[in-house]
Design a protein around this ligand. Structure first.
Ligand code: ADP
Ligand code: ZN
Length: 523
């Protein structure tokens, strides 16, 4: 392109037809334009493509884009051709003749952008072609594919570090929507991007109001929430199991709402039919497992509700992110309880994954649980997790709108922990709570637990309050749930300082009369 005199902003306006840059686009483009490396973390839809397309147009030579998804490659190239950009792709979908044609255009310097599948790029033959061409930059899209821990791992991506060794003067820009610390570290390490500037932004979805409350009667809570705030709106309700999806959809229908089920156990026709109705009709509620949502682009989804906890904050962010794409106010609503914690922890522990993967899963789940129990701004924490920064509390999450009360639970926690210990670390929360409250039963007597020193030492709280204490002790890792022993609670090493009175503990007060909801109004 005859761009010698052109600036990034001019290119944005004349080639792409946009007024101004979004977020960090201008800075990223500047960095690459100047020959530096960049790692770009931006959510889907954030505008990553321009970050390499514009420098590719402005630097001399061809921008070589590594992309693992054939369909996306073709879409992008199609869109670029429409804009008059000289773009092409090379992947296994092309016949031999066409491949050769693309290659000779590339060799003749006739391309601004060339999209290549990684396995193609890495062939010795193609690397030799690269040696003979002027390369403007390498863009590595979906860079999280280098992560062994992600779901999109691709062995080919590991080899991409050779680009730097072989073409040390060509700037590289790696892009991904996955921004957790570990993945970021892996990308930097595996792709040799230690010199790269890291750009992370655009994760905030300010129009989404986050609210997480405690489960008491979840279906009814959901219904109340929908009736109170979303009469006639389109929304998505996520459940963990297919059965629960079916039951919840049927129940909502019986209450006069328009709800449809969606899960992988339904036939392809039914799924397609329900999905189409959701997209085309107004005011439908899709009750679904996580099978639903990929590639669903309905701008006016007004709420996303979770009746079960997602496994990670990434999943939570992605699922709630389907609300309010149009920028208008939307709600991310969720209820959870001790049982969710136990279920998810057991799912991690009983999975077939090896120990290393389990450790990662545990870590992610802990972050999710910590997020639930949070007493400060949820958006700040969520963005922080993705490496994005929000200077001040957002004013648009439940904790901001309705500040959480905390209480000094040091003494209660010690009582709870010692009661778990004295009764042999073989029982679930409900049983231990009975002991704390001094409730006798056949079972209690048969173990002789009515004679424990901790029997009846917790009468100052009621069973709901104790449940709240136990839930928080489990989510914070002071107590461990032994899934092999039917949810028996054990002390973790972290509980020791608490037990010995060396540490104090503030917990959320759950029993305040507060509805899970998004509105600031107290209910
Ligand atoms: P990502 O690759 O991060 O998922 P894309 O690069 O596909 O996102 O961009 C998402 C959408 O935003 C596209 O339709 C793109 O044209 C548009 N877009 C990107 N940057 C801008 C901008 N500065 N102004 C207006 N629209 C933009
Ligand atoms: Zn907030």
């Amino acid at each position: 392109m005859s761009a010698a005199a052109s600036s990034p902003l001019k290119t944005l306006q004349t080639v792409f037809g946009y007024e101004r840059f979004r977020g960090l686009q201008a800075e990223i483009i500047e960095q690459v334009l100047n020959g530096g490396d960049a790692l770009v973390l931006m959510p889907t839809g954030g505008g990553k493509s321009l970050c390499y397309q514009i420098p590719a147009l402005l630097r001399s030579g061809t921008g070589v884009v590594v992309s693992p998804l054939i369909a996306l490659m073709e879409d992008q190239v199609g869109a670029l051709l429409q804009l008059g950009v000289k773009a092409a792709f090379l992947n296994s979908s092309l016949d031999f003749q066409t491949q050769r044609e693309v290659e000779s255009r590339f060799l003749a310097g006739g391309l601004d952008l060339l999209y290549v599948a990684p396995e193609r790029l890495l062939t010795e033959r193609f690397l030799k072609v690269l040696d003979r061409v002027r390369i403007a930059l390498f863009a590595i899209d979906e860079a999280h594919c280098v992560s062994q821990w992600g779901h999109d791992f691709r062995a080919d991506y590991w080899q991409l570090s050779l680009l730097h060794r072989r073409f040390p003067t060509v700037p590289r820009i790696a892009l991904t929507a996955t921004a957790d610390e570990r993945t970021r570290g892996e990308i930097i390490e595996r792709l040799g991007l230690t010199e790269a500037r890291v750009f992370c932004s655009g994760f905030d979805r300010p129009n989404i109001r986050y609210a997480i409350g405690l489960k008491s009667n979840p279906r009814q809570q959901l219904l109340d929430f929908i009736r109170r705030e979303h009469e006639g709106d389109a929304g998505i309700v996520y459940c963990l199991s297919r059965r629960k999806v079916e039951e919840t959809a049927a129940w909502l229908c019986s209450k006069g709402l328009k709800a449809l089920p969606y899960h992988a156990g339904l036939s392809a026709e039914i799924r397609q039919h329900n999905q189409r109705r959701f997209l085309l009709e107004e005011g439908l509620i899709m009750v679904a497992t996580i099978a639903f949502g990929m590639g669903i682009d309905k701008p006016n989804v007004r709420f996303v509700a979770h009746l079960d906890l997602p496994k990670s904050l990434e999943a939570y962010y992605q699922e709630t992110g389907r609300a309010g794409r149009d920028g208008l106010p939307a709600n991310a609503w969720m209820v959870y309880g001790l049982q969710d914690v136990i279920t998810l922890r057991s799912m991690v522990e009983s999975s077939d994954a090896d120990e290393l993967h389990k450790r990662v899963e545990r870590h992610k789940l802990d972050a999710m649980l910590g997020f639930c129990e949070l007493t400060s701004c949820r958006r700040q924490t969520l963005l922080h997790y993705f490496g994005d920064v929000l200077e001040r509390p957002c004013g648009n999450c439940d904790n901001c709108l309705n500040p959480v009360q905390t209480w000094d639970a040091t003494e209660a926690a010690r009582k709870a922990l010692s009661c778990v210990y004295r009764s042999g670390q073989r029982f679930g929360a409900h049983y231990v709570i009975d002991l704390l409250l001094g409730k006798t039963s056949e079972r209690v007597r048969s173990f002789g637990h009515d004679r424990l020193s901790t029997f009846g030492i917790g009468r100052e709280l009621d069973d709901q309050q104790w449940l709240s204490v136990f839930r928080q002790l489990v989510t914070r890792g002071f107590l461990v749930v032994d899934w092999e022993a039917h949810g028996a609670l054990r002390l973790s090493p972290a509980s020791r300082p608490l037990l010995k009175g060396e540490e104090m503990l503030l917990l959320r007060r759950d029993d305040a009369p507060k509805k899970v909801a998004s509105s600031g109004r107290e209910a």
